[in-house]
Design a protein around this ligand. Structure first.
Ligand SMILES: O=C(CO)COP(=O)(O)O
Length: 248
C-alpha cells in the first residue's frame, strides 16, 4: 500500500524569517490527512522548520546533498549534517541542478547510494526536455536516467526511493502535462522499475509528478493510477495554496 506523498520544493526562495512565517501558518492549516506532506527547503531554513514541525506529521527535505561522507568540498553539505537536524527526504538530480550545476546521472547515482545508506529518503528526479519529447525520445531519456541513477541499488534499498517525474518543459512554465501525459510516463516508470526490481518492489515505490502543479489541477494529476503524489514548486510557496493541493 503506497501512501500518497506531496512535497513542496521551495528552490532558492524564502529566508529563514519567511520560512518561519510559512511554517506557522501551514501548521495551523494542516489538520492531518492520509497524504504525507513535506517541504524541501533551502539548507538555511531546515533547522527552523524541523523545530516548528516537531510533533506533527509534516516532514522536511533538503534539495541537494554531497555524496562524500566529509572532505575538502567547499560549499557542500553532507548526509550526516542533514541527518543531525532531522531531515527526512532529499531531492536528487532535479533538472535545475542538472542544467546549472553539472549534475550528471553518475553523480545522481552516487548521491542515491549515499542517501540509501542513511535515514534520509531520496526523491530522484527524472524527466525529458521539450526537444526530447518532440523527437519522440522522452521514454528513452527517462529510462536511461532511471537505469543510470539506480545502478547498483538493490531491491531492498529501492523500496525507500521516491521517483519524481518532472518534464522540463512543464517546470515553472504554467504548461502542465495533461493527466494523460503524466500518467503515461509514470506508468512507464513503474514498468521500468518492474524490469529492474520485479513487481513486489516496484509496487512499493512512490512516483510523483512535478511541473506546474496547482490547486486547480492537483486532482486531475493525483487521480491517475500510477501517480502517487506531486513535487510542487511555485505553488508550495504559499501555505494556503500548498494546503489546497494536499486537500485536492
Ligand atoms: O520543479 C518543480 C518541483 O521540483 C516544479 O516547479 P513548478 O511547480 O514551479 O513548475
Amino acid at each position: 500500500m503506497r501512501i500518497p506523498f506531496i512535497a513542496g520544493n521551495w528552490k532558492m526562495f524564502k529566508t529563514k524569517a519567511d520560512a518561519v512565517k510559512f511554517a506557522e501558518e501551514f501548521k495551523s492549516l494542516y489538520k492531518g490527512t492520509d497524504i504525507q506532506a513535506a517541504i524541501c527547503a533551502p539548507f538555511t531554513d531546515l533547522e527552523a522548520l524541523a523545530e516548528i514541525f516537531k510533533g506533527t506529521d509534516i516532514k522536511i527535505g533538503a534539495q541537494n546533498v554531497h555524496f562524500a561522507d566529509e572532505g575538502a568540498y567547499t560549499g557542500e553539505i553532507s548526509v550526516s549534517m542533514l541527518e543531525e537536524i532531522g531531515v527526512d527526504f532529499c531531492i536528487v538530480g532535479h533538472s535545475e541542478r542538472r542544467q546549472y550545476f553539472a549534475e550528471t546521472d553518475g553523480t545522481v547515482n552516487l548521491k542515491m547510494k549515499r542517501l540509501l545508506d542513511s535515514s534520509i529518503r531520496p526523491i530522484m528526479c527524472v524527466g525529458e526536455s521539450l526537444e526530447e519529447r518532440d523527437a519522440g525520445k522522452a521514454f528513452d531519456r527517462v529510462r536511461s536516467q532511471l537505469e543510470q541513477g539506480l545502478a547498483d541499488i538493490d531491491a531492498e534499498a529501492a523500496v525507500r526511493i521516491v521517483i519524481a517525474y518532472e518534464p522540463i518543459w512543464a517546470i515553472g512554465t504554467g504548461r502542465t502535462a495533461t493527466g494523460e501525459q503524466a500518467g503515461q510516463m509514470c506508468e512507464f516508470i513503474r514498468n521500468t522499475l518492474i524490469d529492474l526490481y520485479g513487481e513486489d518492489t516496484a509496487d512499493q515505490v512512490i512516483i510523483q509528478y512535478g511541473g506546474s502543479v496547482k490547486p486547480a489541477n492537483a486532482a486531475e494529476i493525483m487521480n491517475m493510477a500510477e501517480i502517487d503524489g506531486a513535487l510542487v514548486g511555485g505553488a508550495s510557496l504559499k501555505a494556503k495554496d500548498f494546503m489546497e493541493i494536499i486537500d485536492f
